[in-house]
Design a protein around this ligand. Structure first.
Ligand code: FES
Length: 155
C-alpha cells in the first residue's frame, strides 16, 4: 500500500505524462526515496496505481540500474565497468574498494554504510575510472587510493 505522501508525489509527477504508465520510473524512484529500496509490496502497489501488471513494472525496475530491488546500504557505490573505465584502472579500483570495504560486488558492508554495485558507462569516460556514490559522479580515481577522500564524505 502506498503512503499518502507517496501517492501524492506520484500523482504530481505523472501529470507531465499523457499515459500514467510513462511515469513508472519516476513513481518507483519516489517509492525508493521513501523506503530505501523497491520492495515487492511497493512494486505491486505502484503497479496497481499505474494500472500496470507487477511483471510489466518489474521488467522496468530490474532494467534500470538506479532502482534497487533488494535492500541496500545508506550509500550505494556504482562502479563503472564499461570499456573506458575497464581499460584505465577499473580492476585496480574494484580490487581496492572490495578490500577496503570488505565486500564484493552486490554486497553491503556489515555496518550498512555502503553497497557496491556494477554499472554501465556513467558518461564521464574522459575521467575514467569513475564511480557514482548515491547521485554524485566521481572520476579520475587512478590511483585507486584517491577514493579514500570520497568515502569520508559519506557517513
Ligand atoms: S566507460 Fe566509465 S564512464 Fe564511460
Amino acid at each position: 500500500m502506498l503512503s499518502d505522501a507517496e501517492r501524492r508525489e506520484i500523482e504530481e509527477d505523472i501529470k507531465a505524462y499523457a499515459d500514467r504508465k510513462m511515469g513508472c520510473v519516476g513513481a518507483l524512484k519516489i517509492v525508493q526515496r521513501h523506503r530505501g529500496w523497491v520492495t515487492d509490496e511497493a512494486l505491486k502497489a505502484v503497479a496497481d496505481h499505474l494500472q500496470m501488471t507487477p511483471d510489466e513494472l518489474d521488467s522496468v525496475a530490474t532494467f534500470y540500474p538506479l532502482l534497487f530491488r533488494r535492500p541496500v546500504g545508506r550509500h550505494v557505490i556504482l562502479i563503472c565497468d564499461s570499456v573506458s573505465c575497464y581499460n584505465v584502472g577499473y580492476e585496480d579500483l574494484l580490487g581496492y574498494l572490495t578490500k577496503r570495504l570488505g565486500i564484493g560486488l552486490g554486497q553491503t558492508t556489515e555496518d550498512g554504510r555502503f553497497t557496491l554495485l556494477p554499472v554501465a558507462c556513467l558518461g564521464v569516460c574522459e575521467t575514467a575510472p569513475a564511480i557514482m556514490i548515491d547521485s554524485d559522479v566521481h572520476g579520475g580515481l587512478e590511483p585507486p587510493e584517491k577514493v579514500e577522500e570520497l568515502l569520508k564524505l559519506y557517513e
